[in-house]
Write a protein that binds this ligand. Structure first.
Ligand SMILES: [Zn+2]
Length: 407
């Protein structure tokens, strides 16, 4: 049996969730009898199972095929600037366990990696069939080696070989991906990107990044660096950005920028209802506090939030003109916390500046996924990668540390 066809079938079943043999034959343009043969082999190997009945078209209804959720358990780790999240899922992304804790990333890699190792070890005792680890990280990643090259705004994390460190500690295959991208992949798999061909996901958290999907596929660019929306220039003479450029969008519209601008204004003596709280707890200014103050009529918070939204709306107008997407999904902490307070001014500037026919075809929505999205997305990427290595019983056994068929 042709192994590449076997994998095509596996990938199609995974992408569709559930599909009948007749559906597979039609979509892959293969003979129904050949599909039946492949299905028998995949069922025998345990990588696929039957679930539910396909709607009858007159003849005998067929059973639907799906990837066996028990094929393996997977771990997703999202290393954020503020919080670190670790979750365990089955092979289809059903969350079985979840843990979040403070990253305290400024203390350097040692303490945080120690905590992550301990969480993983604990989960492996509970779920012995964990077969691989996916890491989502908000810094700049070298994907092939899984090295964190640098982490903007977080000192002490240059050239950290995350993949190598985790593989050595746990003996499991590990991938490391950009967390803005993994969040977008979760949106495509489980959120408002399902079934779309051309859409953009914009993550607004401490940083700001876009992920592009073209023809239903993730577009990463020739060097894997597509989507650096946060580092497009809004003002050539603007403030210095952590990337070395001046006037980047991230300096105006990211969560970090909003907190920084409010803090600077308060230090300069600008009147605000936030001033007493900040005097009491100088380190505790958060996006939630600024959004709440804005809703209660605080002028400083309202101005900073609406200016951030206006700049992002202008930048997205350029993106709509270039890409003409079906949808823009706004994810990450800022849209989640601020909601319409942020969306309304953003839409005003987007519609005012984009090509009218293009923008009227673009829906702009706020993601409904929660803080687990980045860790969940890297698990989806892990499952897709492992599926490519899976094969039936006649194929050679997977490499050591690879994914054996679960008995
Ligand atoms: Zn920049």
């Amino acid at each position: 049996m042709d192994e590449s066809q076997l994998q095509d079938v596996l990938k199609r079943i995974y992408a569709r969730g559930q599909i009948s043999r007749a559906g597979l034959a039609q979509e892959l343009d293969l003979a129904p009898s050949y599909i039946s043969l492949i299905a028998r082999e995949l069922l025998a190997s345990g990588s696929v199972c039957e679930s539910g009945m396909a709607p009858s078209r007159g003849g005998r209804p067929g059973r639907l095929l799906q990837i066996n959720p028990q094929l393996a358990h997977l771990i997703g780790v999202d290393i954020g600037t503020v919080n670190c999240r670790v979750l365990v899922t089955d092979f289809l992304g059903q969350i079985l366990a979840f843990q979040t804790f403070r990253s305290q990333a400024l203390k350097g890699p040692g303490p945080l990696l120690g905590l992550i190792h301990r969480e993983i070890e604990g989960y492996r005792r509970t779920f012995p069939s964990i077969r691989a680890i996916g890491v989502a990280q908000s810094g700049v990643i070298e994907r092939v080696t899984g090295t964190l090259l640098f982490w903007p705004k977080v000192r002490g994390w240059q050239d950290v070989p995350l993949k190598a460190l985790l593989e050595r500690e746990h003996g499991l295959p590990t991938i490391v991906e950009d967390s803005a991208r993994t969040m977008a992949v979760a949106e495509q798999a489980f959120g408002q990107g399902q079934g779309l061909q051309n859409f953009v996901h914009v993550m607004v958290g401490t940083g700001l990044g876009a992920t592009l999907f073209v023809g239903g596929e993730l577009y990463i660019g020739s060097s894997g660096l597509a989507g650096e929306l946060g580092h497009t220039t809004i003002d050539e003479n603007g403030p210095l950005c952590s990337c070395g450029n001046r006037g980047c969008l991230e300096v105006y519209s990211s969560g970090w920028a909003i907190i920084h601008r409010v803090r600077t204004a308060l230090t300069d003596g600008v009147t605000s209802t936030l001033a007493p709280a900040l005097e009491e707890h100088p380190g505790e200014l958060s996006l939630e506090m600024i959004v709440e103050a804005g809703k209660s009529g605080d002028r400083l918070s309202q101005t900073v939030l609406s200016e951030a939204a206006a700049h992002l709306g202008t930048a997205l107008a350029g993106m709509v003109n270039v890409l003409n997407p079906e949808k823009i999904i706004l994810g990450g902490p800022l849209p989640r916390v601020a909601g319409d307070t942020f969306l309304d001014p953003l839409l005003y500037f987007l519609r005012a500046r984009a090509f009218q026919r293009s923008v009227s075809a673009t829906q702009v929505v706020i993601s409904q996924l929660d803080e687990k999205a980045s860790a969940l997305g890297v698990v989806v990427m892990l499952a897709r990668e492992l599926l490519g290595k899976l094969a039936g019983p006649k194929s050679p056994p997977p490499p050591r540390g690879g994914i054996p068929a679960i008995p």
